[in-house]
Design a protein around this ligand. Structure first.
Ligand SMILES: O=C(O)c1cccc(C(=O)CC[C@H]2O[C@@H](n3cnc4c(=O)[nH]cnc43)[C@H](O)[C@@H]2O)c1
Length: 240
């Protein structure tokens, strides 16, 4: 993980972070959190020169993502937070090279295994296992991607601490979370930090591999990063 790196200086540099839930359109500074630098660079290539976006590599996994997103949110005022990166696609939902925009950001492995099966943190009574992204902005991004001829799906994106590595685990997740479209490792952490600041959140995954038996050599990272770059180039249409 790189340290936080900004594309520009924020007009709110000298201000304190705010927790007031203003509209992203009235206060359009946007924080985009990727896991690693290669994803950050793809997003920056897509955005071009636009001073409204800060793009930060926050590390791999939900804990690092939550901590470093919260650190960025404490330093500047933002109107919108986006979790962006490559991810796994569920069979029959999202093909390699396509894009998924979340309609739910789900902490898929946060809970307890029991002799009778998995209980989510929600079922255990300890909080929520899902955060709902901003529906209007998600829809506008979907429409912009479709106008741009990109293959995009709107569905639940799962956050896991351990990447799914077998057909059985993939099938179990797909059964437990109907419509599960993609899997990543940061979305719920980024979204939890955004929620702490009462900010709207979005998540996008560019599909590099199928969720299932691990075959790292087969990951199409270049194609996924190109799709992430293309998706990022349509963000300006979403905010205006
Ligand atoms: O090796 C590279 O060049 C490279 C470039 C960009 C990204 C990577 C990563 O390994 C990113 C790790 C990141 O990817 C997400 N991810 C991707 N596939 C899955 C999956 O099947 N299940 C869960 N997460 C996945 C995840 O968010 C990782 O943080 C390498």
């Amino acid at each position: 993980m790189s340290d936080i790196a900004y594309t520009n200086s924020s007009p709110y540099d000298s201000g304190e972070a705010s927790s007031s839930p203003e509209s992203a359109l009235h206060r359009p500074h946007v924080l985009i959190a990727t896991a690693v630098d290669a994803e950050r660079e793809a997003v920056l290539r897509g955005l071009g020169q636009d001073g409204r976006f800060d793009v930060v590599a926050v590390g791999v996994g939900p804990a690092a993502a939550a901590a470093y997103t919260a650190r960025a949110l404490a330093r500047h005022r933002y109107g919108l937070v986006i979790s962006a990166g490559i991810g796994g696609g569920f069979a029959g939902q999202a093909a390699i090279g396509s894009l998924v925009i979340a309609n739910a950001i789900v902490a898929a492995d946060l809970g307890s295994e029991t002799p009778d099966g998995f209980l989510s943190v929600q079922e255990l009574g300890f909080g929520t296992d899902r955060i709902v992204p901003d529906a209007d902005l998600s829809q506008r991004w979907m429409q912009a991607l479709e106008r741009g001829g990109l293959s995009a799906y709107h569905g639940p994106i799962l956050t896991v601490s351990t990447t799914t590595g077998s057909a059985e685990s993939a099938a179990f997740l797909a059964r437990r979370i109907p419509g599960a479209a993609a899997e990543g490792m940061e979305g719920f952490g980024v979204a939890t930090a955004a929620a702490a600041y009462e900010l709207p959140v979005l998540e996008i995954r560019a599909i590099s591999n199928a969720v299932g038996p691990r075959d790292r050599g087969a990951w199409k990272i270049k194609e996924a990063l190109e799709a992430l770059e293309a998706a990022s180039s349509h963000l300006l249409e979403v905010l205006t």
